[in-house]
Design a protein around this ligand. Structure first.
Ligand code: FES
Ligand code: FES
Length: 152
């Protein structure tokens, strides 16, 4: 069975098992390794992608269900080859430590900046409840997000 997918604006075909998690297809077939399969249970957020504009854990999504959806991975979030505002703010704030959680963080925070331009510190923390970071304590991530919001 050939699956037809829209990933980062490209029409791609996959010959994966339709039940295979989207995160594995992204990584193994398309070499988009930003999304990380860490918990594989939907609670860590390391595998987050945008599905029709909303953050979703790609470890829980069989690739067959991704057909007909607009899938955006962290690799597709730059704007015309330039890091998007949250990517720039995270880099400028030196917010990244080991980096394992960051592709998922960027996906979630890109969505937040797009949908909630007036987000408060509490809104940012609430948005990140599905993204676990074991290194940073979150404070620099929150500060970077506030910077990105203020720059808009
Ligand atoms: S690997 Fe998908 S939420 Fe943790
Ligand atoms: S920077 Fe290491 S888990 Fe977040």
């Amino acid at each position: 069975m050939v699956l037809s997918l829209s990933i980062n604006g490209d029409r791609l075909t996959s010959i994966a098992d339709p039940a295979m998690p989207l995160v594995d297809v992204l990584r193994e077939e398309f070499h988009l390794t930003g999304a990380k399969p860490v918990c594989r249970e939907g609670f860590c957020g390391a595998c987050m992608v945008l599905v029709d504009g909303r953050p979703a854990p790609s470890c829980l999504m069989p690739v067959a269900l991704a057909q007909g959806c607009d899938i955006r991975t962290v690799e597709g979030l730059a704007i015309n080859g330039t890091l998007n505002p949250i990517q720039q703010a995270l880099e400028a704030s030196d917010a990244v430590q080991c980096g394992m959680c960051f592709p998922g963080m960027v996906v979630t925070l890109t969505h937040l900046l797009t949908t909630t331009p007036g987000a408060t510190r509490d809104d940012i923390r609430a948005a990140l409840t599905g993204n676990i970071c074991r290194c940073t304590g979150y404070e620099r991530i929150v500060e970077a997000t506030l910077l990105a919001l203020a720059a808009r």
